[in-house]
Write a protein of this length. Structure first.
Length: 204
């Protein structure tokens, strides 16, 4: 017998509200085992978690109502990679302009909800993301948060055509202001799965 093939990473998608199905499909495409997370027990044995787009105020309320806040924070403290997209980025941010309290506070940046404004409610742009390769990444922005400031602990992975940050990384935490699950390009999900693999093989 040859060595066992490595276990597929089990990656959760918070499924209380928002764009869940497309993330589940993207995770399957990159060879991960997707798990829809509605209850604390769904978080057991997860290797990573996606906080999807949706409506961040509603998502906060439902995360609290289902008792998911502390177990998700605990998963992050254990070093499980996280990806927040759009509303998910808002939930991960350390600072929120104009009012809202931060929620998970795992990313050294400030966001403004719906910060691209009414004129630009939704738009698409080809983004240069050097860490993901030379090919541009097509970004679909839907009432996206605007990143108004990035602190020294976070690294900017991509900027919009006006130079504003739209993808960031801080250690094992990734976030995009756009929706990577809505295109066929799987590089962001592959990066998340790779972070799990790095963790599994890194020396103790
Ligand atoms: N505008 C939403 C919010 O502020 C985010 C939109 C999205 O996730 N597509 O929560």
């Amino acid at each position: 017998m040859t060595a066992a093939t490595p276990r597929r990473p089990r990656i959760g998608v918070l499924a209380v509200q928002g764009a869940v199905r497309e993330h589940v499909a993207a995770l399957r495409d990159v060879g991960a085992e997707p798990v829809e997370v509605r209850l604390p027990r769904d978080l057991v044995d997860l290797d990573a978690l996606i906080l999807p787009g949706g409506e961040s105020t509603t998502m906060r309320r439902l995360i609290d109502a289902y008792g998911l806040r502390e177990p998700i924070a605990a998963l992050a403290r254990r070093g499980a990679p996280m990806l927040g997209t759009c509303a998910g980025m808002i939930l991960l941010a350390d600072r929120i302009a104009d009012g809202d309290e931060p929620y998970f506070g795992l990313l050294d940046l400030e966001v403004r909800r719906n910060g691209y404004g009414r004129q630009l409610d939704s738009f698409e742009a080809d983004l240069d993301v050097p860490t993901l390769g030379a090919e541009p990444l097509h970004g679909i922005f839907i009432r996206a948060p605007l990143v108004t400031e990035v602190g020294p602990r976070a690294e900017v992975l991509a900027r919009d055509p006006d130079g504003r940050p739209v993808a960031v990384r801080q250690g094992r935490v990734l976030a995009t202001a756009f929706h990577p699950e809505l295109t066929g390009d799987r590089r962001v999900h592959r990066l998340l799965a790779q972070l799990v693999a790095e963790e599994a093989t890194s020396p103790v």
